[in-house]
Design a protein around this ligand. Structure first.
Ligand code: SAH
Length: 495
Protein backbone atom coordinates (compact mmCIF):
# COMPACT_ATOMS: atom_id res chain seq x y z
CA UNK A 1 0.00 0.00 0.00
CA UNK A 2 1.19 3.53 -0.57
CA UNK A 3 -0.15 7.00 0.06
CA UNK A 4 -0.62 9.57 -2.72
CA UNK A 5 2.89 10.89 -2.21
CA UNK A 6 4.23 7.35 -2.71
CA UNK A 7 5.20 6.69 0.93
CA UNK A 8 4.48 3.18 2.11
CA UNK A 9 1.59 2.69 4.52
CA UNK A 10 1.49 -0.36 6.75
CA UNK A 11 -1.38 -2.73 7.47
CA UNK A 12 -1.09 -2.40 11.27
CA UNK A 13 0.74 -0.05 13.67
CA UNK A 14 2.87 -3.05 14.71
CA UNK A 15 3.96 -3.57 11.06
CA UNK A 16 5.21 0.02 10.96
CA UNK A 17 7.02 -0.29 14.30
CA UNK A 18 8.72 -3.50 13.15
CA UNK A 19 9.73 -1.97 9.82
CA UNK A 20 11.11 1.15 11.52
CA UNK A 21 13.15 -0.94 13.95
CA UNK A 22 14.55 -3.16 11.21
CA UNK A 23 15.36 -0.18 8.99
CA UNK A 24 17.29 1.38 11.86
CA UNK A 25 19.08 -1.56 13.43
CA UNK A 26 19.11 -4.26 10.75
CA UNK A 27 17.23 -7.49 10.01
CA UNK A 28 15.76 -9.40 12.97
CA UNK A 29 15.56 -13.12 13.64
CA UNK A 30 12.30 -14.97 12.99
CA UNK A 31 12.14 -15.47 16.77
CA UNK A 32 12.24 -11.73 17.43
CA UNK A 33 9.60 -11.18 14.73
CA UNK A 34 7.35 -13.90 16.21
CA UNK A 35 7.79 -12.62 19.76
CA UNK A 36 6.63 -9.14 18.70
CA UNK A 37 3.76 -10.39 16.54
CA UNK A 38 2.43 -12.69 19.27
CA UNK A 39 2.94 -10.87 22.56
CA UNK A 40 4.08 -7.25 21.96
CA UNK A 41 2.27 -5.20 24.62
CA UNK A 42 0.96 -2.92 21.85
CA UNK A 43 -0.81 -4.89 19.15
CA UNK A 44 0.52 -8.44 19.71
CA UNK A 45 -1.80 -11.22 18.55
CA UNK A 46 -2.43 -12.58 22.06
CA UNK A 47 -1.94 -9.34 23.99
CA UNK A 48 -4.15 -6.93 22.04
CA UNK A 49 -7.75 -6.37 23.04
CA UNK A 50 -9.97 -8.19 20.62
CA UNK A 51 -13.23 -6.39 21.39
CA UNK A 52 -15.56 -9.05 22.65
CA UNK A 53 -14.00 -11.73 20.50
CA UNK A 54 -11.04 -13.90 21.41
CA UNK A 55 -8.77 -16.01 19.26
CA UNK A 56 -10.48 -19.34 19.91
CA UNK A 57 -13.49 -21.27 18.62
CA UNK A 58 -15.55 -21.20 15.43
CA UNK A 59 -15.86 -17.40 15.55
CA UNK A 60 -12.15 -16.90 16.26
CA UNK A 61 -9.10 -18.05 14.34
CA UNK A 62 -8.60 -21.63 15.45
CA UNK A 63 -10.25 -24.40 17.45
CA UNK A 64 -8.29 -26.41 20.00
CA UNK A 65 -9.02 -29.85 21.47
CA UNK A 66 -10.34 -28.67 24.87
CA UNK A 67 -12.78 -26.41 23.01
CA UNK A 68 -14.00 -29.34 20.89
CA UNK A 69 -15.00 -31.66 23.73
CA UNK A 70 -15.13 -31.57 27.53
CA UNK A 71 -13.91 -35.17 27.45
CA UNK A 72 -10.42 -33.99 26.49
CA UNK A 73 -9.89 -32.05 29.73
CA UNK A 74 -11.61 -34.71 31.81
CA UNK A 75 -9.15 -37.33 30.58
CA UNK A 76 -6.24 -35.01 31.28
CA UNK A 77 -7.62 -34.61 34.84
CA UNK A 78 -7.76 -38.39 35.20
CA UNK A 79 -4.20 -38.64 33.88
CA UNK A 80 -3.03 -36.30 36.65
CA UNK A 81 -4.92 -38.31 39.25
CA UNK A 82 -3.38 -41.56 38.00
CA UNK A 83 0.11 -40.01 38.23
CA UNK A 84 -0.58 -38.73 41.72
CA UNK A 85 -1.66 -42.24 42.80
CA UNK A 86 1.33 -43.88 41.11
CA UNK A 87 3.70 -41.55 42.93
CA UNK A 88 2.37 -42.41 46.39
CA UNK A 89 -0.18 -39.64 46.94
CA UNK A 90 2.16 -36.73 47.57
CA UNK A 91 1.02 -33.57 49.34
CA UNK A 92 2.03 -29.97 48.46
CA UNK A 93 0.77 -30.36 44.89
CA UNK A 94 0.96 -27.41 42.50
CA UNK A 95 -1.19 -27.51 39.38
CA UNK A 96 0.45 -25.37 36.69
CA UNK A 97 -0.75 -24.62 33.18
CA UNK A 98 1.29 -22.68 30.63
CA UNK A 99 -0.67 -20.87 27.90
CA UNK A 100 -4.21 -21.66 29.16
CA UNK A 101 -6.17 -19.81 26.41
CA UNK A 102 -9.80 -19.45 27.45
CA UNK A 103 -9.29 -21.61 30.56
CA UNK A 104 -11.44 -24.44 29.19
CA UNK A 105 -8.87 -27.20 29.71
CA UNK A 106 -8.21 -26.18 33.32
CA UNK A 107 -11.95 -25.92 33.95
CA UNK A 108 -12.54 -29.51 32.83
CA UNK A 109 -9.42 -30.70 34.68
CA UNK A 110 -10.38 -29.04 37.99
CA UNK A 111 -14.01 -30.18 37.80
CA UNK A 112 -12.76 -33.74 37.32
CA UNK A 113 -10.11 -33.52 40.05
CA UNK A 114 -12.61 -32.08 42.54
CA UNK A 115 -14.40 -35.42 42.65
CA UNK A 116 -11.20 -37.21 43.82
CA UNK A 117 -11.27 -35.78 47.34
CA UNK A 118 -7.85 -36.90 48.62
CA UNK A 119 -6.12 -35.58 45.49
CA UNK A 120 -8.09 -32.33 45.61
CA UNK A 121 -7.08 -31.85 49.29
CA UNK A 122 -3.40 -32.22 48.42
CA UNK A 123 -3.48 -29.20 46.08
CA UNK A 124 -1.79 -26.11 47.51
CA UNK A 125 -2.25 -23.70 44.61
CA UNK A 126 -3.01 -23.46 40.91
CA UNK A 127 -0.75 -21.39 38.66
CA UNK A 128 -1.77 -20.04 35.27
CA UNK A 129 1.11 -18.80 33.11
CA UNK A 130 -0.48 -16.39 30.67
CA UNK A 131 1.03 -13.49 28.71
CA UNK A 132 -2.27 -11.84 27.82
CA UNK A 133 -4.03 -9.68 30.46
CA UNK A 134 -7.33 -10.14 28.57
CA UNK A 135 -7.04 -13.90 28.59
CA UNK A 136 -6.08 -13.84 32.29
CA UNK A 137 -9.42 -12.16 33.00
CA UNK A 138 -11.26 -14.56 30.73
CA UNK A 139 -9.69 -17.51 32.58
CA UNK A 140 -10.67 -15.99 35.94
CA UNK A 141 -14.30 -15.69 34.81
CA UNK A 142 -14.30 -19.40 34.00
CA UNK A 143 -12.32 -20.70 36.99
CA UNK A 144 -13.24 -18.25 39.75
CA UNK A 145 -16.65 -17.09 38.57
CA UNK A 146 -15.53 -13.44 38.39
CA UNK A 147 -12.56 -11.46 37.12
CA UNK A 148 -11.65 -9.49 40.25
CA UNK A 149 -7.96 -10.23 40.39
CA UNK A 150 -5.97 -9.26 43.49
CA UNK A 151 -2.34 -8.23 43.22
CA UNK A 152 0.21 -10.20 45.28
CA UNK A 153 4.00 -10.61 45.17
CA UNK A 154 3.73 -13.55 42.78
CA UNK A 155 1.09 -12.19 40.44
CA UNK A 156 -2.69 -11.81 40.37
CA UNK A 157 -4.92 -14.11 42.38
CA UNK A 158 -8.50 -15.22 42.79
CA UNK A 159 -10.18 -18.21 44.41
CA UNK A 160 -10.96 -21.51 42.69
CA UNK A 161 -14.65 -22.25 42.30
CA UNK A 162 -14.09 -26.03 42.38
CA UNK A 163 -11.59 -26.30 45.24
CA UNK A 164 -12.59 -24.28 48.32
CA UNK A 165 -9.63 -22.61 50.00
CA UNK A 166 -7.30 -23.05 47.00
CA UNK A 167 -6.04 -19.95 45.23
CA UNK A 168 -5.36 -19.52 41.53
CA UNK A 169 -2.34 -17.35 40.74
CA UNK A 170 -1.79 -15.75 37.33
CA UNK A 171 1.84 -15.06 36.33
CA UNK A 172 3.37 -13.92 33.08
CA UNK A 173 6.27 -16.31 33.34
CA UNK A 174 6.93 -19.73 34.88
CA UNK A 175 9.90 -18.27 36.76
CA UNK A 176 7.50 -16.58 39.19
CA UNK A 177 6.04 -19.92 40.33
CA UNK A 178 7.70 -20.94 43.63
CA UNK A 179 10.15 -23.80 43.24
CA UNK A 180 10.41 -25.80 46.46
CA UNK A 181 12.27 -29.03 47.07
CA UNK A 182 9.19 -30.59 48.65
CA UNK A 183 6.62 -29.43 46.07
CA UNK A 184 4.98 -31.76 43.59
CA UNK A 185 4.32 -29.81 40.39
CA UNK A 186 1.85 -31.10 37.81
CA UNK A 187 2.40 -29.07 34.66
CA UNK A 188 0.14 -28.89 31.59
CA UNK A 189 1.07 -27.38 28.23
CA UNK A 190 -1.58 -27.63 25.54
CA UNK A 191 -0.81 -25.86 22.26
CA UNK A 192 1.69 -23.67 24.10
CA UNK A 193 5.02 -24.73 22.60
CA UNK A 194 3.83 -24.19 19.02
CA UNK A 195 3.34 -20.50 19.93
CA UNK A 196 6.93 -20.04 21.15
CA UNK A 197 9.37 -18.31 18.79
CA UNK A 198 11.74 -20.28 16.58
CA UNK A 199 15.05 -19.48 14.93
CA UNK A 200 15.54 -20.85 11.42
CA UNK A 201 18.94 -21.84 10.03
CA UNK A 202 19.90 -22.91 6.54
CA UNK A 203 23.04 -24.82 5.73
CA UNK A 204 25.08 -23.05 3.07
CA UNK A 205 27.96 -24.82 1.33
CA UNK A 206 30.94 -22.74 0.24
CA UNK A 207 30.02 -20.18 2.81
CA UNK A 208 32.82 -17.83 3.70
CA UNK A 209 32.50 -15.00 6.12
CA UNK A 210 33.98 -11.87 4.55
CA UNK A 211 36.80 -10.31 6.58
CA UNK A 212 34.91 -7.06 6.65
CA UNK A 213 31.70 -8.58 8.03
CA UNK A 214 30.48 -7.66 11.48
CA UNK A 215 28.45 -9.88 13.76
CA UNK A 216 25.47 -8.12 15.26
CA UNK A 217 24.99 -9.04 18.92
CA UNK A 218 22.56 -7.56 21.43
CA UNK A 219 25.53 -5.81 23.08
CA UNK A 220 26.78 -4.28 19.83
CA UNK A 221 28.62 -5.28 16.64
CA UNK A 222 31.77 -7.41 16.81
CA UNK A 223 34.28 -8.28 14.06
CA UNK A 224 35.35 -11.92 13.50
CA UNK A 225 38.73 -12.32 15.27
CA UNK A 226 40.53 -14.20 12.54
CA UNK A 227 39.39 -12.27 9.52
CA UNK A 228 37.75 -14.17 6.67
CA UNK A 229 37.13 -17.90 7.15
CA UNK A 230 37.89 -20.46 4.45
CA UNK A 231 34.79 -21.49 2.43
CA UNK A 232 32.95 -24.34 4.15
CA UNK A 233 29.47 -25.50 5.15
CA UNK A 234 27.98 -23.13 7.65
CA UNK A 235 24.65 -22.46 9.28
CA UNK A 236 23.18 -19.12 8.27
CA UNK A 237 20.18 -17.68 10.04
CA UNK A 238 17.07 -16.75 8.06
CA UNK A 239 16.18 -13.21 9.01
CA UNK A 240 13.20 -10.93 8.49
CA UNK A 241 13.27 -7.69 6.49
CA UNK A 242 10.45 -5.41 5.35
CA UNK A 243 9.35 -5.38 1.70
CA UNK A 244 9.73 -1.69 0.93
CA UNK A 245 8.68 -1.42 -2.70
CA UNK A 246 5.17 0.07 -3.09
CA UNK A 247 2.91 -2.33 -4.99
CA UNK A 248 2.01 -1.46 -8.60
CA UNK A 249 -0.81 1.11 -8.91
CA UNK A 250 -4.16 -0.58 -9.41
CA UNK A 251 -7.69 0.47 -10.18
CA UNK A 252 -9.12 -1.84 -7.53
CA UNK A 253 -11.94 -0.60 -5.29
CA UNK A 254 -11.08 0.79 -1.82
CA UNK A 255 -12.76 -2.28 -0.24
CA UNK A 256 -10.58 -4.62 -2.25
CA UNK A 257 -7.47 -2.60 -1.42
CA UNK A 258 -8.35 -2.72 2.29
CA UNK A 259 -8.82 -6.50 2.10
CA UNK A 260 -5.56 -6.97 0.19
CA UNK A 261 -3.76 -4.92 2.78
CA UNK A 262 -4.51 -7.64 5.34
CA UNK A 263 -3.31 -10.47 3.11
CA UNK A 264 -0.27 -9.10 1.30
CA UNK A 265 3.07 -10.06 2.87
CA UNK A 266 4.90 -6.95 4.09
CA UNK A 267 8.01 -8.75 5.31
CA UNK A 268 10.21 -11.43 3.81
CA UNK A 269 12.79 -13.99 4.82
CA UNK A 270 16.34 -13.77 3.58
CA UNK A 271 19.53 -15.62 4.37
CA UNK A 272 21.77 -13.59 6.66
CA UNK A 273 25.16 -13.11 5.00
CA UNK A 274 27.06 -12.82 8.24
CA UNK A 275 26.75 -14.97 11.35
CA UNK A 276 24.30 -13.98 14.06
CA UNK A 277 24.78 -14.78 17.76
CA UNK A 278 22.24 -17.55 17.36
CA UNK A 279 23.69 -19.10 14.20
CA UNK A 280 27.01 -19.45 16.00
CA UNK A 281 25.72 -21.51 18.90
CA UNK A 282 22.20 -22.92 18.49
CA UNK A 283 23.06 -25.39 15.67
CA UNK A 284 25.86 -26.71 17.93
CA UNK A 285 23.70 -27.64 20.93
CA UNK A 286 22.49 -31.02 19.73
CA UNK A 287 24.02 -33.98 17.87
CA UNK A 288 20.82 -34.00 15.79
CA UNK A 289 21.70 -30.61 14.28
CA UNK A 290 25.39 -31.47 14.00
CA UNK A 291 24.49 -34.53 11.89
CA UNK A 292 23.19 -32.09 9.23
CA UNK A 293 26.25 -29.81 9.39
CA UNK A 294 27.44 -30.97 5.97
CA UNK A 295 24.08 -31.15 4.22
CA UNK A 296 23.78 -28.17 1.86
CA UNK A 297 20.43 -26.35 2.04
CA UNK A 298 19.32 -28.34 5.10
CA UNK A 299 16.96 -26.25 7.20
CA UNK A 300 16.50 -26.57 10.94
CA UNK A 301 14.11 -24.77 13.26
CA UNK A 302 15.21 -24.33 16.85
CA UNK A 303 13.15 -22.81 19.65
CA UNK A 304 15.45 -21.87 22.55
CA UNK A 305 12.51 -20.56 24.55
CA UNK A 306 10.84 -23.97 24.30
CA UNK A 307 14.03 -25.64 25.48
CA UNK A 308 14.27 -23.23 28.35
CA UNK A 309 10.66 -23.94 29.41
CA UNK A 310 11.08 -27.71 29.19
CA UNK A 311 14.34 -27.56 31.21
CA UNK A 312 12.44 -25.68 33.88
CA UNK A 313 9.67 -28.34 33.85
CA UNK A 314 12.26 -31.12 34.24
CA UNK A 315 14.12 -29.36 37.06
CA UNK A 316 10.92 -28.73 38.98
CA UNK A 317 10.10 -32.46 38.78
CA UNK A 318 13.52 -34.04 39.16
CA UNK A 319 15.92 -31.38 40.49
CA UNK A 320 18.65 -29.88 38.35
CA UNK A 321 21.71 -31.61 36.92
CA UNK A 322 24.91 -31.09 38.91
CA UNK A 323 26.44 -29.63 35.71
CA UNK A 324 24.32 -27.39 33.48
CA UNK A 325 22.78 -29.19 30.52
CA UNK A 326 24.59 -28.43 27.23
CA UNK A 327 21.44 -27.44 25.39
CA UNK A 328 20.57 -24.68 27.82
CA UNK A 329 24.00 -23.11 28.06
CA UNK A 330 23.82 -19.72 26.48
CA UNK A 331 26.48 -17.25 25.46
CA UNK A 332 26.04 -14.06 27.42
CA UNK A 333 25.40 -12.09 24.23
CA UNK A 334 22.23 -14.03 23.51
CA UNK A 335 20.86 -14.30 27.03
CA UNK A 336 18.24 -11.66 26.41
CA UNK A 337 16.31 -14.02 24.18
CA UNK A 338 16.48 -17.01 26.49
CA UNK A 339 13.92 -16.33 29.17
CA UNK A 340 14.63 -18.13 32.39
CA UNK A 341 17.72 -19.90 31.14
CA UNK A 342 20.36 -17.74 32.78
CA UNK A 343 22.46 -19.99 35.02
CA UNK A 344 20.72 -20.55 38.32
CA UNK A 345 21.91 -22.18 41.51
CA UNK A 346 21.40 -25.93 41.34
CA UNK A 347 18.01 -27.03 42.64
CA UNK A 348 17.86 -30.26 44.63
CA UNK A 349 14.60 -32.14 45.20
CA UNK A 350 14.07 -34.22 48.31
CA UNK A 351 12.69 -36.86 45.98
CA UNK A 352 11.68 -36.41 42.32
CA UNK A 353 7.92 -35.89 42.05
CA UNK A 354 5.27 -34.37 39.80
CA UNK A 355 4.76 -34.62 36.05
CA UNK A 356 4.49 -32.56 32.89
CA UNK A 357 2.08 -33.38 30.09
CA UNK A 358 2.81 -31.67 26.79
CA UNK A 359 0.17 -31.87 24.05
CA UNK A 360 0.76 -30.18 20.73
CA UNK A 361 1.33 -30.70 17.03
CA UNK A 362 4.76 -31.39 15.68
CA UNK A 363 7.29 -33.95 14.61
CA UNK A 364 8.09 -37.15 16.53
CA UNK A 365 11.68 -37.56 15.52
CA UNK A 366 12.58 -35.27 12.63
CA UNK A 367 13.72 -31.68 13.00
CA UNK A 368 10.98 -29.31 11.82
CA UNK A 369 11.75 -27.33 8.64
CA UNK A 370 9.57 -24.76 6.85
CA UNK A 371 6.77 -25.02 9.39
CA UNK A 372 6.24 -21.35 10.30
CA UNK A 373 2.60 -20.63 9.53
CA UNK A 374 0.01 -17.91 9.82
CA UNK A 375 -3.66 -18.61 10.61
CA UNK A 376 -6.55 -16.17 10.51
CA UNK A 377 -10.22 -17.13 10.67
CA UNK A 378 -9.35 -20.83 10.20
CA UNK A 379 -7.39 -20.19 6.99
CA UNK A 380 -3.68 -20.38 6.25
CA UNK A 381 -2.33 -16.89 5.52
CA UNK A 382 1.18 -15.51 5.12
CA UNK A 383 2.97 -15.19 8.47
CA UNK A 384 4.28 -11.89 7.09
CA UNK A 385 0.91 -10.23 6.43
CA UNK A 386 -0.80 -7.84 8.88
CA UNK A 387 1.44 -8.57 11.91
CA UNK A 388 -0.49 -8.87 15.16
CA UNK A 389 -3.74 -9.95 13.50
CA UNK A 390 -2.47 -13.37 12.47
CA UNK A 391 -1.72 -16.32 14.74
CA UNK A 392 1.86 -17.48 14.17
CA UNK A 393 2.99 -20.96 15.07
CA UNK A 394 5.48 -23.65 14.16
CA UNK A 395 5.71 -27.41 14.59
CA UNK A 396 7.00 -28.57 17.96
CA UNK A 397 10.24 -30.58 17.85
CA UNK A 398 9.28 -33.24 20.40
CA UNK A 399 12.64 -34.97 20.27
CA UNK A 400 14.37 -31.69 21.16
CA UNK A 401 12.02 -31.30 24.15
CA UNK A 402 12.74 -34.86 25.29
CA UNK A 403 16.50 -34.52 24.87
CA UNK A 404 16.54 -31.22 26.74
CA UNK A 405 14.44 -32.50 29.65
CA UNK A 406 16.72 -35.49 30.14
CA UNK A 407 19.85 -33.32 30.00
CA UNK A 408 18.35 -30.82 32.43
CA UNK A 409 17.56 -33.25 35.26
CA UNK A 410 18.88 -36.63 36.40
CA UNK A 411 15.55 -37.15 38.19
CA UNK A 412 13.24 -37.43 35.19
CA UNK A 413 12.32 -39.84 32.45
CA UNK A 414 10.44 -38.96 29.29
CA UNK A 415 7.69 -40.99 27.61
CA UNK A 416 6.36 -40.47 24.10
CA UNK A 417 5.66 -38.69 21.96
CA UNK A 418 2.62 -40.82 21.19
CA UNK A 419 -0.18 -39.81 18.83
CA UNK A 420 -3.08 -38.00 20.49
CA UNK A 421 -5.40 -40.81 19.31
CA UNK A 422 -3.31 -43.39 21.18
CA UNK A 423 -3.16 -41.23 24.30
CA UNK A 424 -6.90 -40.54 24.40
CA UNK A 425 -7.95 -44.06 23.52
CA UNK A 426 -5.75 -45.68 26.13
CA UNK A 427 -7.03 -43.11 28.63
CA UNK A 428 -10.51 -44.47 27.94
CA UNK A 429 -12.14 -41.87 25.68
CA UNK A 430 -14.62 -44.39 24.24
CA UNK A 431 -15.86 -45.49 27.65
CA UNK A 432 -16.10 -41.90 28.91
CA UNK A 433 -18.11 -40.79 25.85
CA UNK A 434 -20.37 -43.83 26.19
CA UNK A 435 -21.15 -42.85 29.78
CA UNK A 436 -21.89 -39.24 28.82
CA UNK A 437 -24.07 -40.41 25.95
CA UNK A 438 -26.19 -42.49 28.31
CA UNK A 439 -26.57 -39.45 30.58
CA UNK A 440 -27.65 -37.28 27.64
CA UNK A 441 -30.43 -39.57 26.44
CA UNK A 442 -33.16 -37.60 24.69
CA UNK A 443 -30.90 -34.60 24.05
CA UNK A 444 -30.13 -35.34 20.38
CA UNK A 445 -28.18 -32.11 19.93
CA UNK A 446 -25.82 -32.96 22.82
CA UNK A 447 -25.35 -36.54 21.62
CA UNK A 448 -24.46 -35.29 18.14
CA UNK A 449 -21.92 -32.85 19.60
CA UNK A 450 -20.37 -35.54 21.79
CA UNK A 451 -20.10 -37.92 18.86
CA UNK A 452 -18.58 -35.47 16.39
CA UNK A 453 -16.25 -34.06 19.07
CA UNK A 454 -14.57 -37.25 20.15
CA UNK A 455 -14.26 -38.71 16.66
CA UNK A 456 -12.52 -35.50 15.57
CA UNK A 457 -10.04 -35.71 18.46
CA UNK A 458 -8.97 -39.26 17.61
CA UNK A 459 -9.18 -39.00 13.80
CA UNK A 460 -6.14 -40.90 12.50
CA UNK A 461 -6.40 -39.62 8.91
CA UNK A 462 -3.26 -37.95 7.51
CA UNK A 463 -4.45 -34.50 8.64
CA UNK A 464 -6.62 -35.73 11.53
CA UNK A 465 -6.11 -34.37 15.05
CA UNK A 466 -5.50 -37.86 16.41
CA UNK A 467 -2.48 -38.20 14.14
CA UNK A 468 -0.86 -34.77 13.95
CA UNK A 469 -1.22 -33.94 17.64
CA UNK A 470 1.14 -35.74 20.00
CA UNK A 471 1.53 -36.25 23.73
CA UNK A 472 4.80 -36.27 25.67
CA UNK A 473 5.15 -36.92 29.40
CA UNK A 474 7.96 -36.01 31.77
CA UNK A 475 7.74 -38.02 34.99
CA UNK A 476 10.07 -38.66 37.95
CA UNK A 477 12.92 -41.11 37.69
CA UNK A 478 13.76 -42.61 41.05
CA UNK A 479 16.95 -44.64 41.20
CA UNK A 480 16.42 -48.31 41.94
CA UNK A 481 12.72 -48.16 41.12
CA UNK A 482 13.04 -48.93 37.40
CA UNK A 483 11.06 -47.39 34.57
CA UNK A 484 7.29 -46.96 35.03
CA UNK A 485 5.26 -46.20 31.93
CA UNK A 486 2.53 -43.67 32.69
CA UNK A 487 -1.03 -44.47 31.75
CA UNK A 488 -1.81 -43.14 28.26
CA UNK A 489 1.77 -43.94 27.21
CA UNK A 490 1.47 -47.71 27.33
CA UNK A 491 1.28 -48.17 31.11
CA UNK A 492 -1.56 -49.27 33.37
CA UNK A 493 -3.00 -47.59 36.45
CA UNK A 494 -0.97 -48.29 39.61
CA UNK A 495 -1.10 -47.05 43.18
N1 SAH B 1 -4.02 -24.00 25.72
C1 SAH B 1 -5.07 -23.24 25.07
C2 SAH B 1 -4.57 -22.02 24.29
C3 SAH B 1 -3.51 -22.23 23.25
S1 SAH B 1 -3.04 -20.73 22.44
C4 SAH B 1 -5.89 -24.15 24.19
O1 SAH B 1 -5.39 -25.17 23.78
O2 SAH B 1 -7.04 -23.81 23.88
C5 SAH B 1 -1.57 -20.25 23.28
C6 SAH B 1 -1.76 -19.68 24.66
O3 SAH B 1 -0.47 -19.34 25.17
C7 SAH B 1 -2.58 -18.41 24.77
O4 SAH B 1 -3.25 -18.43 25.99
C8 SAH B 1 -1.51 -17.32 24.76
O5 SAH B 1 -1.95 -16.08 25.27
C9 SAH B 1 -0.44 -17.97 25.58
N2 SAH B 1 0.92 -17.52 25.33
C10 SAH B 1 1.53 -17.40 24.12
N3 SAH B 1 2.82 -17.05 24.28
C11 SAH B 1 3.03 -16.96 25.62
C12 SAH B 1 4.18 -16.66 26.43
N4 SAH B 1 5.34 -16.38 25.86
N5 SAH B 1 4.05 -16.69 27.77
C13 SAH B 1 2.85 -16.99 28.34
N6 SAH B 1 1.75 -17.28 27.63
C14 SAH B 1 1.83 -17.27 26.29
Amino acid sequence: MSTEDGAKTWSTPLAKTLADVINTTGPVSVAAYMRQCLTAPEGGYYTRLTEGRDQFGEKGDFVTSPEISQVFGELVGIWLYAEWLAQGRKDKVQIIEVGPGRGTLMDDVLRTISSFKAFANSIEAIYMIEASPYLQKQQARVLSGNDNLNKTDLGLTNTCKYLPGVNIVWCEDLRFVPKEDTSTPFILAHEFFDALPIHIFQNESNSSIPASSTIMTPTGPIKPKHGALAPQNQWHELVVTPIMSPPPTTTASPEKLEKDKMNVPEFQLSVSKSPTPHSLYLPQISPRYKALAKTPKAIIEVSPESLSYVSDFAERIGGSSPTPAPSTQTPVSASTTLKGSTPVASFKKEQPSGAALILDYGTSNTIPANTLRGIRAHKRVSPFAAPGTVDLSADVDFMALAETAINASPGVEVHGPVDQAFFLETMGIRERVERLRKGAQGDEEKIKRLESGWTRLVDRGPTGMGKIYKALAIVPYIEGKGVRRPVGFGGGVVG
